[in-house]
Design a protein around this ligand. Structure first.
Ligand code: ZN
Length: 138
């Protein structure tokens, strides 16, 4: 299958503009199949997306932590893509313990989702070099 030009662009953007945290985030998604954030050893905040330094106190004392356990669905909707002949994407906001609200793609049909239901992260491979996440009912 020929490479999707958008995937090629995204791969290149991560390679050129990504920092150490974004590269490690990708490695953990792809190799460990784990959605991670970074936990600040100074103030205790868990950041997502992960950072090289804490966005609250600017400390560099950050360590990697798996996130997503205990997540609940906060809001959801659908969004059509540019091409109208594909199924619309289901997107939403998930409340992740120790992190807060994050916007994320969701898996599942709109009529199967319910505010407050338990959700868990799932790794989705975009291509051989790039992965992303979505949340699915737990
Ligand atoms: Zn901090």
């Amino acid at each position: 299958m020929p490479a999707n030009p958008l995937d090629t662009f995204t791969n290149q953007a991560v390679k050129v503009f990504g920092n150490e945290a974004s590269r490690e985030y990708q490695r953990r998604l792809k190799d460990d199949r784990t959605l991670c954030g970074t936990h600040c050893g100074s103030c205790g905040r868990t950041a997502f997306p992960p950072r090289d330094f804490c966005p609250d106190c600017f400390s560099g004392d950050c360590s990697w932590v798996a996130i997503g356990d205990g997540a609940t669905l906060y809001a959801f909707t659908t969004q059509h893509r540019g091409l109208r002949f594909t199924a619309p994407d289901v997107i939403g906001v998930v409340n992740v313990p120790d992190v807060g609200l994050i916007v994320t793609p969701l898996s599942g049909r709109l009529d199967e989702l319910e505010i407050g239901q338990a959700m868990k992260p799932e790794v989705v491979d975009i291509n051989e070099k790039l992965s992303t996440h979505r949340f699915i009912p737990a």
